[in-house]
Design a protein around this ligand. Sequence first.
Ligand code: CA
Length: 249
Amino acid sequence: MPPPTPGSSENAAPEGPRPAPSGRLLVVEDEEKVASALREGLEGEGYDVVVETTGEGAFFRLARDRFEVILLDLMLPGRDGLEVLAALRKQGLDTPVVVLTARDTLEDRVVGLDAGADDYLVKPFAFAELLARLRAIGRRGRGGDQDRLAVDTLDIDRATRRVTRKGQALELTVKEFDLLHYLTRNARQVVSRDTLAREVWRETARSTTLDNVIDVHISRLRRKIDLDHPVKLIHTVRGVGFMLRAGGA
Ligand code: CA
């Protein structure tokens, strides 16, 4: 049993996902400017923020303190973020971790997720995007099957297949839902038509007809989720495929 935190009223559950004080975040970031901007922004949103500037610091902090979510920069002096993350997971820490990194390569992303990250944000990121991720993590909790996803003001509940944009329910066909869900799960990554054919349409071979079907579904989805909103989510990456992200061409 860790010693009780002064002033804390949290109930210690004997097992399973232990509740951390709601809205308590650990930010592990060595760049002072970034750390203080995060602290200021997140505190402004009502989060309770603790900053550690090294992997070691985070490690010791987490040995005695619990958080709802950890924001972990990868490029840290000494033990880097991935090392810290892998060590924490090995010890059984189940707190959701959002990795922050300046590097945007598929390889880094895969390594990060393999090491036990729950989500990924590439710097510089929009603060609204970070808030959306935190909300999504807060809703689904750890150990859930990512039933809920959020990007910008888009929310997807996989269990009920309900989709809303800015709180407004959207009527999607089964395929439109599957397509949107796939794009959202792979947000900020380019998804090719090949991948969509395989993962959403379950077709092993791509064809011109199928490409057209995919394009038609994309344009219907755009009409439903993006038309009335200034922040567009579905982007075409010319010659490659599509990407779901908040803003940016
Ligand atoms: Ca750094």
